[in-house]
Design a protein around this ligand. Structure first.
Ligand code: C2G
Length: 152
């Protein structure tokens, strides 16, 4: 039984997240995912749209995920690797080299990050849509007001 471990925020779950999780599951038999808590996200300088509970449930609902644990601080990885008898620790390639020190405990791999998609981009796109649709509604109401006014 080969156990694989990874961590992440996984806000606004998207294809990049699914690609990395399915890619890591394909490396073994059991995939454990540490989902960053809201408090740890603050330490990471990240504010997620969805709460830890929601993000953890979304990840737990994926067919390729066997177990979800909370990620509460940077230093827990070594303890988790020992506790869960992890064979492979993996992350996306944007973390290339950052966790090589863990190769004293288990194999460390980095899989290609999916280009052109990120939770940050999605949030930015949503915020633009929000502003644009509010402006469109306002313009529509202004036009309606002018029509009604012109009708006397
Ligand atoms: N990822 C990816 N492709 C993307 C976006 C993300 O492969 N387009 C991968 C990342 O490389 C990471 C995982 O998906 O392995 C989760 O990404 P995030 O939710 O952004 O998590 P991150 O902020 O990288 O937190 O201790 C590790 C940290 O908790 C990782």
């Amino acid at each position: 039984m080969t156990t694989v471990l990874t961590y992440g925020t996984f806000d606004l779950l998207h294809i990049g997240h699914l690609n990395i999780l399915e890619g890591l599951k394909a490396k073994g038999d059991k995939l454990i995912v540490g989902v960053s808590t809201d408090e740890f996200n603050q330490q990471k300088g990240k504010r997620s749209l969805f709460s830890y509970e929601q993000r953890a449930r979304m990840i737990a609902g994926l067919k390729c995920v066997d177990m979800v644990i909370p990620e509460e601080h940077w230093q827990q990885k070594a303890d988790d690797i020992k506790e869960f008898d992890v064979d492979i620790f993996g992350m996306g390639s944007d973390w290339q080299g950052k966790f090589d020190h863990l190769n004293e405990l288990c194999e460390v791999i980095y899989l290609p990050r999916t280009p052109d998609v990120s939770s940050t981009n999605l949030k930015n796109a949503l915020s633009v849509i929000n502003k644009k649709s509010i402006q469109d509604i306002k313009n529509g109401l202004d036009n309606l007001y002018d029509i009604v006014k012109a009708m006397g």
